[in-house]
Design a protein around this ligand. Structure first.
Ligand code: PMP
Length: 402
């Protein structure tokens, strides 16, 4: 099906959108900040409400029915995460629930990676991605340095022009001491797929790869059984994929080294959050993860293609955006995220102006590692509840400012 045809699929998109009470309650506003967190469908709100009003208890501790049901729900959610990610060997993997992707990446770093590295080992980490996917690896280096273990951290090379890793340069950095690669699935500023299969091809079959999937889970179907997604850790935010705030998970598989064992006393889990994540994944599968992806990509393409025609705007990671008219393959590859600057209007001002028209966007340095807040930009991030009409309204507002 063609992208534009799917945008016109209004019956389906209207029925999906109607399931989000917050959007129905605020028809004057347009939520365009889903890369920060998503809105929640009724099914998720109902699951949380039912849990809290009919069986709220701690997990793994009590012996009475509410406690047992909570423990079972958490186990079901673990299983559901594996299923949702297309895990081909659920018997060899584990799922650990976290408060979001930041905590998930730090868990992999502290509780797994730090135990794996020896003096002289090298790790490759993404210096131009979300800082949640940089700081934990640098912390591991410091932690080990304090123990006299010298680990070399190399920057995963980046191609500013395409918004992708520089895969050719990456291959040149891989050596016999390469022990670990941290990468991102969909970039939180450029919205492109970072082609992790090319990282795997360059690094060979034995080096663990940790994938930050904060911007892909809920947007793209992930199939871990697919050789193109041969990774060892998948970290994501549940709250960006329709679950409640304070939710996320680490999926870890145990075939390239010892299992991830989250350290220390784990305490009480976010039980209602995990219940909401289970409901969110069920809901996503019900409405069709493929269809969500097609809808969001179609909206993103619509926005990118038309914004490229406005000479006052520069789209980040889209080199010819100021010289419109050229066919850009990466315009097709954006998954819900378009980030741009106005030639004359500072980005934070642009954010305020857009809110005065009812559009909620992100306007700052977007937590991108190495980017100062003065280098701000405006990020529009779309999800399944957004419509072609909202995109067109945004374009009208942006055109009036150009
Ligand atoms: N990684 C990426 C790519 C992100 O976009 C974000 C959130 N903006 C994070 C990590 C951090 O996620 P969380 O808010 O769930 O901690």
């Amino acid at each position: 099906m063609r992208a534009e045809a799917l945008v016109a699929d209004t019956e389906w998109s209207r029925s999906v959108r109607a399931q989000f009470p917050i959007l129905a309650a605020h028809p004057e506003l347009v939520y365009l900040d889903s890369a920060a967190t998503s809105q929640k469908p009724q099914a998720v709100l109902d699951a949380a409400h039912t849990y809290l009003t009919s069986g709220n208890a701690n997990a793994g501790r009590g012996t009475y029915p509410w406690a047992n049901r909570t423990t079972e729900a958490i186990e079901r959610a673990r299983h559901r995460v594996k299923e949702f990610l297309g895990d081909p060997r659920p018997d060899l993997s584990g799922v650990h629930f976290t408060s979001g992707a930041t905590e998930g990446l730090r868990t992999v770093a502290r509780d797994w990676l730090a135990e794996q590295l020896d003096d002289g080992d090298e790790i490759l980490v993404p210096y131009a991605d979300h800082r949640a996917n940089l700081d934990p690896w640098l912390e591991v280096r410091s932690l080990l340095a304090a123990r006299g273990v010298d680990v070399r951290v190399r920057a995963l090379p980046y191609q500013e022009t395409s918004g992708d890793y520089d895969h050719r340069a990456f291959a040149g950095l891989v050596g016999p001491r390469t022990r670990f690669v941290a990468a991102t699935h969909v970039h939180h500023v450029y919205g492109g797929d970072m082609n992790v299969h090319r990282l795997r091809a360059a690094v060979g079959p034995h080096v663990p790869i940790c994938l930050d999937a904060a911007q892909s889970v809920g947007h793209l179907p992930l199939r871990l059984g697919d050789p193109a997604l041969d990774v060892d850790f998948v970290v994501f935010s549940g709250h960006k994929a329709f679950a409640l705030p304070g939710t996320g998970a680490v999926w870890a598989r145990n075939t390239r080294g010892p299992a991830l064992r989250p350290g220390g006393w784990q305490g009480t889990p976010n039980t209602v959050g995990v219940v909401s994540l289970l409901a969110a994944l069920d809901w996503l599968e019900d409405i069709g993860a493929e269809r969500v992806s097609a809808h969001v990509t179609a909206l993103t393409t619509r926005l990118t293609d038309r914004l490229r025609g406005l000479p006052a705007y520069e789209i980040l990671g889209c080199p010819a955006s100021l010289a419109s008219g050229t066919a850009l393959p990466q315009a097709q590859r954006r998954h819900g995220i378009v980030t741009f600057r106005h030639r004359d209007i500072p980005s934070d001002d642009l954010g305020f102006i857009l809110y005065s028209h009812g559009f909620m966007v992100r306007a700052d340095s977007l937590c991108q590692a190495g980017v100062a807040s003065k280098d701000g930009s405006v990020r529009v991030s779309l999800h399944v509840y957004n419509t072609a009409e909202e995109v067109d309204r945004l374009l009208t507002a942006l055109t009036s400012l150009s």
